[in-house]
Ligand binder design. Structure first.
Ligand SMILES: [Zn+2]
Ligand SMILES: [Zn+2]
Length: 415
């Protein structure tokens, strides 16, 4: 579930409400648009109801780590997914609740800023540990399958830190969100002495959304990771605090009312297995096709959706387009009406390659044992917008006939 975040407009200071995945912030008051750049994981604080007689400087904050994402795995002849949304203590202590429960979803949180004068308890549990715990969940989940594990990947993950406010009164530790006594304050005092003040690198900074080539305003939606310049037809993504130009194409269409969906086209070669051409991919996944010369001459490329979808739909769509890539025109440097925002980065798409390959296998028993040996090497990444015809219930890709249920896009936006 998406979290709601209270934030100040970086231009005029007006209060704005954001959702967790939002990057492009358009202020309804001053109408200025800013792109949010994070240097590390985002840090939020739950709203406190600490009594006024407790000084703000005496409030202290306990870290909780939040992981949200999809875990994909192949075991035996099965390909499975698990959606994980978990919040756990970021430090080991028995005096605090192990999890925040539903609080992050139920309350509007704020980003941590230098306005918070209290002390932040040190996070002693690393994000990696949380990931390992999440993957143990998948092992538990998969115990019914008595067969070897072949592959596991995390896709579309978000990791953040949520601070819970605390205070001590008359030697008793209180939960500052609901003012409820938690424990005797002695050990909390010790933790507090070890705490740190606000660090500058914790807060995101903001980029003006102007095209670095022509200076025109870049376009995007609240959750867009890639911004478009409709003046010089260029695509931009943020990297190390600046906008970097992407290799992007659009397969334009003359018909009206098309929906253009973005895909990462990842050109790769591989080691550990012979898979360097489209023909190799067809052969390896046992496609019921006669392999022709043009298949052998076509390099290996995977199509991965550049937007979030439920795990099963995500893989099926990527697999179907990858297998029908011959039918897709190359596209050109152009823009179209109805371009859907990119909400999944190319890096995340790269994590999905083996799972897409696994999805494509007609005979899972033959391919899956080979998966641990496969290593992909990226040659080139391209963003490709493909036209889909709106058929009411479904969206159908114009050239390949590949379809997806329209309402699924709406759900994907909330993942
Ligand atoms: Zn503003
Ligand atoms: Zn431009």
């Amino acid at each position: 579930m998406d979290l709601t975040i209270q934030q100040k407009c970086p231009s005029c200071g007006a209060p704005i409400e954001l959702r967790e995945g939002d990057r492009l912030i358009r202020c309804p008051y001053c109408d200025v648009q800013n792109f949010m750049v994070t240097r590390e994981i985002l840090r939020f604080v739950l709203p406190d109801k600490v009594p006024e007689y407790i000084s703000k400087r005496n409030i202290f904050y306990a870290p909780y780590l939040r992981f949200k994402g999809n875990i994909f795995y192949c075991k035996g002849k099965f390909q499975k997914f698990k959606v994980v949304d978990t919040t756990r203590q970021g430090l080991t202590t028995s005096i605090l609740p192990p999890s925040l429960g539903l609080r992050p979803q139920a309350m509007g949180m704020s980003l941590v800023t230098d306005e918070i004068k209290g002390v932040f308890l040190r996070q002693t549990i690393q994000a990696k540990t949380l990931l390992e715990r999440a993957s143990k969940l998948t092992i538990l989940d998969s115990q019914k399958i008595k067969a070897p594990f072949y592959h596991r990947a995390y896709i579309g993950e978000t990791l953040s830190c949520i601070y819970m406010p605390l205070y001590v009164k008359d030697g008793v530790l209180y939960d500052g969100v609901v003012n409820k006594a938690l424990a005797q304050g002695g050990s909390a005092e010790k933790m507090r002495q070890n705490g740190i003040r606000f660090q500058k690198t914790w807060t995101p900074h903001f980029l003006a959304t102007l095209c670095p080539v022509c200076g025109d305003s870049l376009a995007g939606e609240h959750d867009s990771l890639v911004l478009l310049c409709c003046n010089c037809n260029s695509f931009w993504e943020e990297e190390r605090g600046g906008f970097v130009k992407l290799s992007g194409k659009c397969v334009v269409s003359k018909e009206e009312g098309m929906c253009f969906l973005p895909f990462w086209k990842l050109y790769i070669n591989s080691s550990g297995i012979v898979m360097d051409s489209f023909a190799d991919l067809l052969r390896l996944t046992n496609q019921p096709l006669v392999i022709r010369r043009n298949h052998k001459e076509r390099g290996l490329a995977f199509f991965v959706p550049a937007f979030k979808l439920r795990p099963s739909t995500f893989l099926t769509l990527g697999k179907n387009l990858t297998l029908s890539q011959e039918k897709l025109p190359k596209g050109k440097t152009a823009m179209a009406k109805g371009m859907y925002p990119v909400t999944l980065s190319a890096k995340e798409a790269g994590q999905a390659l083996k799972s897409t390959l696994a999805r494509a296998a007609v005979n899972k028993n033959i391919l899956f044992p080979k998966l641990p040996k496969v290593h992909f090497h990226h040659l080139k990444t391209e963003l490709v917008y493909l036209p889909f015809i709106d058929k009411g219930h479904d969206l159908v890709q114009k050239h390949s006939g590949v379809s997806l249920v329209k309402t699924i896009l709406h759900f994907g936006r909330k993942l």
